[in-house]
Design a protein around this ligand. Structure first.
Ligand code: UTP
Length: 287
């Protein structure tokens, strides 16, 4: 089994980032100098992914523009001698082979992923949620791909979250099979306290087999009236083996204001061009 393709669902309304997300896709909101989606595509590329499908929706064409050439801007920059900047802009457009599809009705994450069926065909594929930004030595997607390829099955990225937080995520029934690795037996989206299976929750990264599509096609609306990817995963793990990896790295949910602030500060601190300035600015504030 070889994972070559990735799908980035980025069609959601982003209500937690309103009013900014009213006219700017939340995936395009700037984090330490780059839009959030830049970090996601870079992670996929660094994981060895060759082709990427981004699922967008109305009002999100800025995402497509970001991964396109910009001839007028480039020629203006060339004329003023800013060739390094031109090179940087070209590198973004050439970073990956990216294609786009629109989700015309926002019926949930499961419905969004179903839009990738023609793109992935029978191949296994990675899913990277468009607002979950990771910081890790080995790209989180690569950690999942390595295990999915080794065991020939789906592998989802999990972390243990606080008991008070698990109702915001999905909970997984898991059995340890090795260091940081588990077999998955059950999943429940947004569990009530009596339904919590474990504190492990999926945080924005998956490697899935094409077996998911049959289940998504038959899926009924679940929590919040949406077609939930979790519900289809709950069926998939009963038909095929599914692993969960407690991945190494840190995850920021840039789709809410606090996660966005955390990501902005942490990624700015990791950027040598601005970290010294930021540290001294923050020291000044602390005085
Ligand atoms: P979220 O629930 O985090 O994103 O969905 P959202 O719906 O945009 O945000 P809020 O809750 O309104 O603030 C998880 C991922 O699934 C995508 C989102 O873009 C996000 O990457 N998604 C969600 C879709 O692509 N389509 C949908 O119909 C729903």
């Amino acid at each position: 089994m070889k994972v070559r393709k990735a799908v980035i669902p980025a069609a959601g309304f982003g209500t937690r980032m309103l009013p900014a997300a009213k006219s700017v896709p939340k995936e395009m909101i700037c984090i330490a100098g780059k839009p959030a989606i830049h970090y996601i595509v870079k992670e996929a590329v660094d994981a060895g992914i060759e082709e990427i499908l981004i699922i967008t929706s109305r009002g999100k064409s800025a995402i497509e523009d970001y991964f396109d050439y910009s001839p007028e801007l480039e020629s203006r920059l060339e004329k003023s001698g800013k060739t390094q900047l031109v090179r940087e802009l070209r590198e973004i457009a050439d970073m990956a082979n990216v294609t786009f599809i629109r989700q015309k009705e926002l019926k949930g994450l499961g419905h969004a992923v179903l839009h990738a069926k023609r793109f992935t065909g029978d191949e296994p594929f990675a899913v990277l949620l468009g607002d979950d930004i990771m910081r890790s030595d080995v790209p989180v997607t690569k950690q999942l791909i390595d295990n999915a390829e080794k065991y020939g099955c789906s592998c989802v990225g999990v972390k243990s979250v606080e008991t008070s937080e698990i109702s915001k995520y999905c909970t997984l029934g898991v059995e340890s099979i090795g260091e940081r690795l588990f077999d998955v037996s059950e999943l429940i989206e947004k569990p009530t306290p009596d339904k919590v299976l474990s504190n492990y929750a999926i945080l924005g990264r998956y490697v899935l087999t094409s077996g998911i599509y049959d289940l998504l096609e038959k899926a009924e609306p679940g929590f919040g009236g949406e077609i939930q990817l979790t519900d289809a995963l709950n069926q998939l793990c009963r038909k095929e083996r599914m692993l969960a990896l407690d991945f190494e790295g840190e995850r920021f949910d840039s789709g809410n204001i606090c996660g966005y602030m955390e990501a902005s500060i942490q990624l700015a601190l990791a950027n040598p061009e601005i970290s010294d300035w930021l540290k001294s600015y923050m020291k000044g504030l602390a005085l």
